[in-house]
Design a protein around this ligand. Structure first.
Ligand SMILES: [Ca+2]
Ligand SMILES: [Ca+2]
Length: 269
């Protein structure tokens, strides 16, 4: 079980771990969020913290960071009510600090349905504005994406170099989030973890098998004991019946002898 927990943590990571945070459109609706290069360097954005987004949402949230940095976005999920022109519920991510700014290069002008944008998308500057709206009926699970601040050039202390030459915070390494955009900040599952998981599964299997075997044996022993007790009870009843019959027979014989004696002697009754 410990091995499984380790694997889970290594694969999923913790949402609010050091250097990153989780936020929803609902709680920051209409606000501007500063992503500090000396604070948390990455975030996870969803419409709400609930399973499904709410009806009649009209939310705009602007994110900005230092002039030297940009944002990279990686989608984890898109599940917004589908309509061919995405006119009912939709998501837009603008490359700037207002909704008048163009859409981030590569992303659709409106996003809906379940086909999430693949790959990574970067802003041209240090800000981005997210807009999400929903109509009055039928709400799906929404969207879920990771955004990370990065810069190119020489990485400084506290940063790691991604495979695509981006520099991101070293605290984002192997945390379960694709912060570089090419997954190079994430660790492959090590042989040791795989071995630990296999041993864990075998261990759990042995415990389950042993428990089942023990319960079956216990049930079998109980059945045998009950059969033996039934047999003894049957024998006891049989013996009791024989003794009782014998006693009744003896009593009848005595009564007959007494009758003959009284009759032959002529004693009164
Ligand atoms: Ca809807
Ligand atoms: Ca990461």
């Amino acid at each position: 079980m410990v091995a499984l927990l380790l694997l889970f943590l290594s694969c999923v990571g913790t949402t609010n771990g050091f250097g990153k945070f989780s936020v929803s459109m609902e709680e920051k609706c209409g606000e501007t969020v500063h992503v500090d290069v000396f604070g948390k360097h990455a975030g996870r954005l969803r419409p709400t913290r609930t399973t499904k987004y709410k009806p009649n949402m009209r939310c705009t949230v602007t994110f900005y960071t230092a002039e030297s940095h940009r944002f990279v976005i990686v989608f984890r999920r898109l599940d917004v009510e589908f309509e061919p022109f995405c006119d009912d519920d939709y998501l837009q991510i603008h490359d700037g600090n207002t909704t008048s700014a163009p859409i981030i290069p590569g992303l659709p002008s409106k996003m809906c349905g379940e086909e999430k944008p693949k790959g990574d998308y970067v802003t041209s500057g240090s800000s981005m504005t997210v807009f999400f709206r929903s109509d009055s009926w039928y709400n799906d699970n929404g969207f879920d994406f990771i955004f990370t601040i990065f810069h190119t050039g020489t990485c400084v202390e506290g940063e790691m170099k991604c495979g695509n030459e981006r520099c991101v915070s070293m605290y984002l390494e192997c945390d379960g989030w694709n912060n570089c955009g090419d997954d190079s900040d994430e660790c492959p599952i090590s042989t040791l973890i795989v071995l630990a998981v296999v041993i864990g599964i075998v261990f759990v299997g042995i415990i389950v098998a042993s428990t089942v075997l023990y319960l079956r044996r216990r049930q079998t022993t109980k059945s045998r004991k009950e059969k033996k007790e039934d047999k003894m009870l049957c024998i006891h009843d049989h013996i009791h019946h024989i003794i009782h019959s014998q006693a009744e027979s003896n009593e009848d014989s005595t009564r007959k002898d007494d009758t003959l004696t009284r009759t032959s002697v002529g004693l009164p009754w």
